[in-house]
Design a protein around this ligand. Structure first.
Ligand SMILES: Nc1ncnc2c1ncn2[C@@H]1O[C@H](COP(=O)(O)O)[C@@H](O)[C@H]1OP(=O)(O)O
Ligand SMILES: [Mg+2]
Ligand SMILES: [Mg+2]
Ligand SMILES: [Mg+2]
Length: 371
């Protein structure tokens, strides 16, 4: 089955959301940030980008369901703080929704100029992301700002969108407004969109372009069997993934390149296009404490769905620390006790990396057997 309409929609929604989040960053004021129940931050950028993407999906594919990170409960409160946040979010989402189409966008299913949505419609669009997930059917998955802490630091973040059909990711798009097109030239042009459709390869385009304006660049993980040439791609935030276990694994593999520490699924884009020193990369995400059923954090599907397809289509393998595939059919998360971290790398070295993970765990007194 071809997913060309879904791909076009997803790229257009992600590009618009990236424009929105970049402009929000420049105008962000302190009281536009909330702290969620899990202590993580959420901004007007997260809410308005989810409203925008969800409204576009609903307009183009009204019967599809959506799993989105954010919900509008805090925006529906009858307080002055809530009212002013709501007004900002509605204005921002409408500004992005009604922007003129760029070359290659299809007027038939874009919302487009003159079609402002009401506040109620946009709050409902955010809450349409409340779907509980599951094994069957077509389901979109939105992380409107992945790496909100990076976003607030003016560092890396990503706007992430995937289409999952019967638990398999079929389309994945990751927009990275602050990522250099060429990581080895950090002062060069910034802003990349990565995209993949299952069976069709992985691609990068500049955020300022669209696939119909300039041909996308096909990207590939470099082939190598020499693990010592690998570059580790790790969370910037040491509370999100263990830097020390990653470093022990890197030593076992003979790695000498320093790790690239970066927020968000931008790491999957860097892995897929071969950033590092030409020897391929490893996305390494292991819990800070506990493992499997005792892990300190349960991974969410929106944090890995598009990245996993990008890696597979660029010639990589993604699994947990036991080598099990990620299961996107268990609900909104990768499953409590079902997922044991995330490890993604080129297919020639994946098995060797898993061997090193096992050894590193053994020396920490942990076992990969299910308790
Ligand atoms: N305690 C945590 N452990 C692991 N990941 C977390 C934790 N808290 C938030 N996250 C999520 O980890 C992702 C950031 O990935 P990375 O660590 O690779 O930069 C984000 O999705 C972030 O949520 P959010 O989307 O709200 O920023
Ligand atoms: Mg968040
Ligand atoms: Mg996220
Ligand atoms: Mg997020």
């Amino acid at each position: 089955m071809s997913y060309s309409k879904e791909k076009e929609l997803a790229i257009s929604a992600v590009r618009r959301a990236c424009g929105l989040t970049s402009s929000v960053f420049n105008r962000l004021v302190q009281n536009e940030k909330l702290v969620k129940g899990d202590k993580s931050p959420v901004t007007v950028g997260d809410f308005s980008a989810q409203a925008l993407i969800s409204a576009m999906i609903h307009h183009a594919f009204p019967s599809d369901v959506i799993v989105g990170e954010e919900d509008a409960a805090d925006l529906r409160l009858d307080t002055s703080e809530s009212t002013s946040l709501r007004e900002r979010i509605v204005a921002l989402a409408n500004e992005a929704l009604t922007q003129p189409l760029v070359d290659g966008e299809t007027a038939e299913w874009e919302i487009g100029p003159g079609k402002e949505q009401t506040s109620a419609e946009l709050l409902d669009a955010i809450d349409r992301g409340n779907y509980e997930g599951g094994r069957t059917g077509r389901m979109w998955c939105i992380d409107p700002i992945d790496g909100t802490k990076g976003f607030l630091r003016a560092d890396q973040y990503a706007v992430c969108l995937a289409l999952i059909v019967d638990s398999i990711v079929q389309v994945g798009v990751i927009g990275c407004p602050n990522l250099p097109l060429d990581l080895s030239n950090p002062s060069g042009e910034r802003g990349c969109i990565f995209f993949a459709v299952r069976g069709e390869g992985a691609f990068q385009i500049p955020i300022t372009s669209s696939p119909s304006i300039s041909p996308p660049t096909k990207i590939q993980i470099p082939l190598t069997s020499d693990t010592s040439k690998l570059t580790f791609l790790e969370s910037f935030e040491s509370a999100h993934a263990s830097h020390s276990t990653a470093s022990a694994i890197a030593s076992l593999l003979g790695v000498t390149n320093p790790p690239i520490r970066m927020d968000s699924q931008a790491k999957y884009g860097c892995l897929a296009r071969g950033d590092g020193n030409g020897g391929g990369g490893v996305y390494m995400r292991l819990p800070v404490s506990g493992l499997g059923p005792t892990a300190s954090y349960i991974e969410k599907i929106w944090d890995h769905a598009p990245g996993s397809l990008l890696v597979e289509e660029a010639g990589g393998i993604i699994s947990d620390a036991r080598g099990h595939p990620l299961d996107f059919g268990l609900g909104r998360t990768l499953g409590k006790g079902e997922n044991w971290g995330v490890i993604a790398t080129g297919k020639d070295v994946h098995a060797k990396v898993l061997e090193a993970v096992k050894k590193a765990f053994e020396s920490e007194g942990k076992t990969l057997a299910k308790a």
